[in-house]
Design a protein around this ligand. Structure first.
Ligand code: SF4
Ligand code: SF4
Length: 86
């Protein structure tokens, strides 16, 4: 059973090769999976071990070093939960 816990306000991972910062406001996420389906690198997933305060499992990045910063995930998110800074 996934555990509920307090998130840090923002979770960030950095792609040092491309200087891309991918971050998610996990509390905004409703776990719809649209970003997961949109990612051409298939490096996003719904974290089965986490539940946010709204009761949703949020998206997470699994391999930030492969992120190209294309922004498709952020574009698809209906809740503007993902931010990418290059
Ligand atoms: S910016 Fe592009 S490559 Fe990076 S996680 Fe989002 S969809 Fe995937
Ligand atoms: S598209 Fe947005 S709300 Fe849906 S799983 Fe991804 S980050 Fe969460």
């Amino acid at each position: 059973m996934p555990q509920s816990f307090d998130f840090p306000k923002q979770t960030q991972q950095e792609n040092k090769n491309h200087m891309i910062h991918w971050s998610i406001q996990a509390e905004y996420c409703k776990g719809c999976g649209l970003c997961v389906d949109a990612c051409p690198k298939q490096i996003l997933r719904i974290d089965p071990d986490t539940i946010n305060q709204k009761g949703h499992s949020p998206a997470q990045i699994t391999n930030a070093s492969r992120c190209t910063g294309c922004g498709f995930c952020a574009l698809m998110c209906p809740d503007c939960a993902i931010t990418i800074v290059k």
